[in-house]
Design a protein around this ligand. Sequence first.
Ligand SMILES: CC(C)(COP(=O)(O)OP(=O)(O)OC[C@H]1O[C@@H](n2cnc3c(N)ncnc32)[C@H](O)[C@@H]1OP(=O)(O)O)[C@@H](O)C(=O)NCCC(=O)NCCS
Length: 129
Amino acid sequence: MIKVKVNSAPTAKDLMKLFAQVDWAKNRKIGDVGKMLRNGDWTVCIYEDDELLGFARIITDGCFRGLLDDVIVDQNHRGSGLGEKLMQEILELSKPLDALFLNAAPEMEEFYAKFGFMKFEKLTMILRK
Ligand SMILES: CC(C)(COP(=O)(O)OP(=O)(O)OC[C@H]1O[C@@H](n2cnc3c(N)ncnc32)[C@H](O)[C@@H]1OP(=O)(O)O)[C@@H](O)C(=O)NCCC(=O)NCCS
C-alpha cells in the first residue's frame, strides 16, 4: 500500500538508494545526507510498505522563501503517478510560503510547469563551493 509521510524524514540509508540513481546526487556521502536530514528541512516521502519510493524536500525559513530540492522517484516506479503525488504534497506543504524556488535541468521545465512553476525572469546567481 502506498503511504505518504510529511515532515518525517527518511533514514539516510533509504534515501541513499534513491540518490544513487541520479547523477546529481550519486556522489553524496551517507554522513552528509544524515546531516542534511537532521537539519530539519520540510520533507515528503512516499513509501510502498516500508520501501522508500519517492522523496522531495523544501529548504525554508518557514514563512517567506522555500527552495524545492531533491525531487526523486525510484527508477523502477516512474511513470505511474508517484511524481505527481509527491508534487501535490509539496504544493500543500508550501502553502505558508510566499514563494517556492527550484533549480532544474531545462528538460525538467515541462514537468514543473504542470504544477504551476514558471520561469523566473530575474537574475539567479550561484557561488559554487
Ligand atoms: C521527475 C520524476 C520525479 C517524475 O516522477 P514520475 O513518478 O515518473 O512522474 P509521474 O508518473 O507522476 O508523471 C506526472 C506527469 O509528469 C510527466 N513527466 C514525468 N517525468 C517527466 C519529465 N522528465 N519531463 C517532463 N514531464 C515529465 C508525466 O508524463 C506525467 O504527465 P501527465 O500527467 O500529463 O501524464 C522522476 O522521473 C524522477 O525521479 N526523475 C529523476 C530525478 C530527477 O530528475 N528529478 C528532478 C530533479 S530537478
